[in-house]
Every structure is written in structure tokens, then in C-alpha cells.
Ligand binder design. Structure first.
Ligand code: GLY
Length: 288
């Protein structure tokens, strides 16, 4: 059976994370790790309370700009998209990987490619996210000084191992609430917010700039490939992130033996596997 692990995004505050069990089910029906990763993330993207696809947070201008990536660790292939407006950007990321000679598409060109591939465009997020954006704007919390507040960050992601020992990883996000238009986060960048190889699959959640500057997922994966237990690799890498900046940040990892790692800094983080919630180790609070 395909092993699927999903997360609903780290938060500075204690927050319910609905929809994770449905995503596990959607992924576990697939025998191929890549199909499982895509199906699980699509399920998360369709959920209005998760920051991806239909539930995505908005940028400073109140617009939807989504990022996503999918990585096929066994074949060493990946695809990413940035600043797009589709309900399921993870599927566009897979199309970039499989149907174009490219790896990463952004902005207008990525949007045009998705339309040409027949994907459903999405110019509005959920009503709750538009209301949230208006509340934050009215309270003066969309300025640069508020950027990355721990209740403004979250992302969804999955790591998968199939019966043929293939590892895959995928992430999808609206990014950080109030980000500048055009900002690209870590989720669509290999090694920053999403990574998989033949030996490890890792996804990250939190303020993307920290993951981009440290290539956090690649670091954790390298430790696992060198033989470290995924839990120890996640804890060591999240500790290192905390030495730079004590913002909300989490890492979820899986190896070919099905060993899982999950560690974070922040108020809450829901990670689920086939048996239910997985206790991610909290290494400390996030400081805004
Ligand atoms: N980790 C999601 C982002 O910063 O865009």
C-alpha cells in the first residue's frame, strides 16, 4: 500500500486543520507515488480552510497568487509553478514536469500554459480569505512590518512512498498573507520548500524566505541520505533555522524504510499519516 503523509501548514496559533484525513484517503488509493502525491495535494487545495488552492491567502493587493511544486524522487524530475491562479496548481506543476521541456514556470506564461492544458482558473479565493484580508488591511496588519507574522503563514504538503520504494514530495500554497505582488516563496523551489530523491522526501512549511536562504529541505534530505533518522534530521534542520530566525517553520520527511520525521517551531502543526495524527515535535514558539 502507498504510504502518504500530509500536513496542513504550521501556524503560530493553535488552529484546527480539517481535511487532512480526506487527503490521505485520496492519495492512498493510488499505487504510484507521483499520482498519490498529486491526488493528496489536490484534495488539500480544494479545502476552503487550508492555505492552498481554494483556501489560499491573498497578497497585499488582495489578489490570488499561488505557488506549487511536485518532485519525483526516483526519476530525479520536478516541476514548479509560481504566481498562478488555478484551483489546483499542483496539477500544473506536474504538467510542467511531464509535458514541457521546462522545470519552473511563473506568472503570465505559467497561467497561459495552464489554460492551454485545460485547467480550471481561479481568480478568487474562499469568501473567508477575502474577509480575513479585509480585516487585516483595516487593522493595519498588511504592511511590511507585519510580514511573516506567525498567523499569516501556512502551506500544505505531502511526502509519499509507494510499494516500488519510489519517494515523491509535493507542496502548494497561497504563500504568506499580505506578501508583495510577484513574491515567490519556497514551495515551488527544489530544495527550499520541496525536495525528493531516491533516498528522502521532505516538505517544509513556514516563512518561505527562511527556507529559500537555507535550502532547508535539501539540508534535511542530505542528512537522511547520509543515514540519519528522518526525525533527527528534521529536528536538527529546524533547530538550525531557529538559530537564524525564530519564525514559524516545520519540516516533514520520509525515507525509503517508511521512517517519518516531523519537527516545527510555532503554535501548532497538524501532520497526518494512515493511522491518524502524527505528533510533530515542537522545538519552541515562533516570535513575531
Ligand atoms: N512556505 C510558504 C511560503 O512562504 O510561501
Amino acid at each position: 500500500m502507498t504510504l502518504v503523509l500530509v500536513h496542513g501548514g504550521v501556524s503560530g496559533v493553535d488552529k484546527a486543520m480539517p481535511g487532512l484525513q480526506d487527503a490521505i484517503r485520496a492519495g492512498a488509493t493510488q499505487s504510484n507515488a507521483l499520482d498519490a502525491a498529486e491526488e493528496a495535494v489536490r484534495s488539500l487545495e480544494d479545502h476552503p480552510e487550508l492555505n492552498a488552492g481554494y483556501g489560499a491567502v491573498l497578497n497585499r493587493a488582495g489578489e490570488v497568487e499561488l505557488d506549487a511544486a511536485i518532485v519525483d524522487g526516483a526519476r530525479g524530475r520536478w516541476g514548479g509553478v509560481a504566481n498562478v491562479r488555478f484551483r489546483n496548481p499542483v496539477s500544473l506543476a506536474r504538467m510542467v514536469m511531464e509535458r514541457t521541456p521546462h522545470v519552473l514556470l511563473a506568472g503570465t506564461g505559467a497561467q497561459e500554459a495552464g489554460v492551454a492544458f485545460g485547467l480550471e482558473e481561479m481568480n478568487e479565493s474562499s469568501p473567508e480569505q477575502h474577509e480575513r484580508w479585509a480585516r487585516e488591511r483595516d487593522a493595519g496588519r498588511l504592511g511590511l512590518e507585519s510580514y511573516g507574522r506567525s498567523e499569516h503563514v501556512d502551506t500544505v504538503g505531502v511526502v509519499v512512498l509507494d510499494e516500488a520504494s519510489r519517494l515523491c514530495a509535493a507542496s502548494s500554497t497561497g504563500g504568506v498573507l499580505g506578501k508583495l505582488p510577484g513574491r515567490v516563496g519556497d514551495s515551488p523551489i527544489l530544495g527550499a520548500g520541496t525536495y525528493a530523491s531516491s533516498g528522502a522526501a521532505v516538505v517544509g512549511t513556514g516563512v518561505g524566505e527562511l527556507f529559500l536562504e537555507t535550502l532547508a529541505c535539501l539540508r534535511a534530505a542530505r542528512l537522511i541520505e547520509e543515514g540519519l533518522d528522518p526525525q533527527a534530521a528534521c529536528e536538527r534542520t529546524v533547530s538550525l533555522l531557529g538559530e537564524r530566525q525564530q519564525v514559524a517553520a516545520g519540516l516533514l520527511a520520509l525515507d525509503t524504510g517508511g521512517r517519518v520525521g516531523a519537527a516545527f517551531r510555532g503554535g501548532s502543526w497538524s501532520v497526518w499519516g494512515p493511522e491518524g495524527p502524527i505528533g510533530a515535535v515542537c522545538l519552541g514558539p515562533a516570535r513575531d
